[in-house]
Design a protein around this ligand. Structure first.
Ligand code: ADP
Ligand code: ZN
Length: 659
């Protein structure tokens, strides 16, 4: 027998490089093998990649082949695909799924920590006819073991979760792994409890708050196929599942699925790609599906399942618009007397209320009554937000914060500051004045910082230790509190300002989700929308509950101009510490912008955040008809424009934020 001969291999490193490097291995290595290789003076982790190695260069030897399952082919293809689609470097995409810190052998098994034990043959609840039909369709998809996307559109409380858990059970019975993506970890508390109740064991979870030890252990368990169900945030898409058999994207309309820095990818869209490359079905769930998914279902690209009624005969809540011009709150207050009365009646019946305002802190603007000076962030085009509980003015876009000054920095007047407008803290203050006896809970990301606090909040609400919940978008979706019957939206017009492409769609989705928290059990729910524009189409859609009519209207507006989903967008965000240079670069890019039939470039324009974290920002937007390959256009565009060293150009394909 001849000894194995040294071979060259390509190794992709999880570092900002587009291409793999060539190394020499003592014997052929499996594609995807995880290795340690020298890079300059250090050893770095990497994975053997599919590119042909370079036979010309002087190649260093692979230092070590790690005891870890090779990254599966479907994952490698997925990473290459994401890099190509988002115009990112392949190494940067690999870094989303492979890090040295994930590979260390766990020193010892973590106590109580296992991934098995779930009993997937255990029967779920008796399903209604609609639910059973939807579950059967999803189970059949899983059984075929083929790619296909299904939009599961069901009203809030219709049992979408119960239905897709049936698909999860089928996937596990077939011996494959299932991935459930959730937009926010705070949401997962009630979900995990339900999962455990349904299957008798907890799933593996994957999000940024895991301890390093749990993270390592989970990563290895997924790669070895021991972790059969993963419930995770968007980054779970990059886990090395050897046998992925199902992806569920819950709340698929959520913008939280879009990663807004580094590799800017949309996890909902990438989930579809990951499923395709893994020959697995993909289920997108929402009570308020995105126009993208609605159109994909309409065109037949996606299958569609509907759950039109709430489970167990619960009725959808009654939605009322409260015209704030006719029913204004008292001076300096934000809750109309009519909403106060509704809250009083609700609590008198022993039920719970929720007030929703998507704004953290006490007041979004602090202004000097003497000279009109507004307290702004020195690093960002943004006002500082007062957080009374911290006695601070805080920028919500960078780390900047300062104590509320005693005198105005502009005119030196003493105690001259006025708080303009409300945040949730201010609403809580008002509620405590009106209902001093009520037990009030604030739910915002600065108070409910992680899964532990979220679990405790959920427990307190469920066990009726709370009368009034006051929250930001954190309270909008997922939660199921049977005694919660009144939802008050403090400022229903808030999301409509600014007017980006999806402002209307987003507002309808968010408010409909908040409304969906009310009356989920026997007691009927009421939703009060405080609005200064109750005649706006968004309010009309919420009042009628006919979201599909609203979406059809949205489609009519976006179609002619080739706006998404009827066309493609690529945003370039040009930023730098030097305003002039940033501006010049943006104008140079505009001059060399691609042109042609079906192609349009908008800008450059100062970004709405013309300054962010000390960097000046300009935006350009490339808009193209659907059939046009925008990636090639954008790549060529960037290649023919010189970008100065001090200026950065971030590319955002399919942008959802235009800030
Ligand atoms: P959605 O995800 O559509 O908002 P859920 O799956 O959360 O709806 O269901 C709402 C509530 O109704 C949950 O408490 C769920 O456990 C319950 N539920 C739904 N379907 C059934 C069923 N077939 N049998 C018993 N309980 C159900
Ligand atoms: Zn700032």
């Amino acid at each position: 027998m001849s000894a194995p001969s040294p071979t060259r291999v390509s190794v992709l490193l999880p570092l900002p490089f587009e291409a793999p490097f060539t190394y020499v291995a003592p014997a052929p290595l499996a594609l995807g093998a995880v290795v340690l290789v020298p890079l300059g003076p250090r050893l770095v982790v990497g994975a053997v990649w599919d590119d042909a190695p370079n036979m010309q260069v002087n190649a260093k030897p692979v230092a070590q082949v790690l005891d870890f399952p090779p990254l599966p082919e479907a994952l490698r293809q997925f990473m290459d695909w994401v890099a190509h689609y988002t115009l990112s470097k392949r190494g940067d995409v690999l870094a989303l799924g492979l890090k040295a810190s994930l590979l260390a052998e766990p020193k010892r098994r973590i106590k109580n920590f296992s991934f098995g034990g779930a009993d997937f043959s255990q029967a779920g609840p008796d399903l209604s006819a609609d639910q059973a039909q939807a579950a059967a369709a999803l189970r059949a998809n899983v059984a075929t073991g083929k790619f296909g996307v299904t939009l599961l559109d069901g009203v809030t409380g219709s049992g979408k979760t119960e239905v897709y858990l049936e698909a999860v059970a089928a996937c596990l019975a077939a011996g494959r792994q299932a991935l459930v993506l959730l937009p926010e970890i705070a949401l997962s508390v009630q979900f995990l409890q339900r999962f455990e109740k349904r299957f008798g064991a907890a799933p593996a979870v994957w999000h940024s708050e895991l301890t390093p030890a749990v993270r390592r252990e989970t990563f290895r368990a997924v790669a070895q196929g021991r972790a059969t169900v993963v419930v995770g945030a968007r980054s779970a898409l990059f886990l090395p599942f050897p046998e992925l058999g199902l992806i569920v994207v819950d709340e698929e309309h959520e913008n939280a699925f879009k990663q807004e820095d580094g590799v800017m990818y949309h996890a909902r869209d990438m989930a579809v790609v990951r499923a395709k490359l893994s020959a697995a079905p993909c289920v997108l769930c929402s009570a308020t599906p995105s126009l993208e998914s609605v159109e994909n279902a309409a065109s037949g690209r996606y299958a569609r399942l509907d759950l039109p009624a709430r489970h167990g005969g619960a009725q959808l809540p009654k939605v009322i618009a409260l015209d704030m011009r006719a029913n204004p709150p008292e001076r300096g207050k934000f809750i109309s007397p009519m909403l106060v009365q509704a809250m009083r009646d609700t609590m008198a019946r022993g039920e719970q209320c929720m007030l929703f305002l998507n704004r953290r802190g006490y007041a979004p603007l602090t202004l000097c009554r003497q000279c009109g000076h507004r307290m702004a962030c020195p690093n960002c085009s943004a006002w500082l937000v007062e957080h009374k509980s911290h006695k601070r003015l805080i920028c919500h876009h960078c780390d900047y914060h300062t104590n509320t000054p005693a005198t105005c920095p502009a005119c030196t007047a003493r105690d001259s500051f006025a708080a303009i407008g409300p945040g949730v803290e201010r609403i809580a203050e008002e509620v405590r004045e009106v209902f001093p006896q009520a037990r009030v809970l604030m739910m915002a990301s600065d108070v409910i910082a992680g899964p532990k606090q979220a679990a405790e909040a959920a427990r307190m609400i469920s066990e009726r230790e709370i009368d009034i919940i006051i929250g930001t978008q954190m309270v909008a979706k997922g939660w199921h509190f049977p005694a919660l019957t009144l939802v008050g939206v403090v400022d229903a017009d808030l999301g409509l300002a600014g007017g980006d492409l999806r402002a209307g769609e987003r507002t309808v989705q968010m408010l409909h989700q908040v409304a969906g928290r009310a009356g989920r059990a026997q007691a009927p729910g009421v939703v009060v929308l405080q609005s200064y524009a109750p005649e706006h189409p968004v309010m009309a859609a919420l009042l009628s509950g006919d979201l599909s009519a609203f979406m059809a209207q949205e489609a009519l507006q976006r179609c002619p101009g080739h706006w998404p989903p009827f066309g493609r967008l690529v945003a370039l965000i040009i930023s730098g510490p030097d305003e002039k240079l940033t501006d010049q670069t943006a104008r140079a890019l505009a001059r060399s912008a691609p042109a042609g039939a079906g192609i349009e470039t908008l800008g450059p324009a100062p970004a709405p955040f013309a300054m962010l974290r000390g960097r000046h920002r300009r935006r350009l937007l490339l808009k193209a008809a659907r059939h046009i390959d925008v990636q090639s256009l954008a790549r060529d565009w960037l290649a023919r424009t010189e970008i100065p060293r001090n200026v950065r150009v971030d590319v955002d394909v399919d942008p959802v934020s235009f800030m």
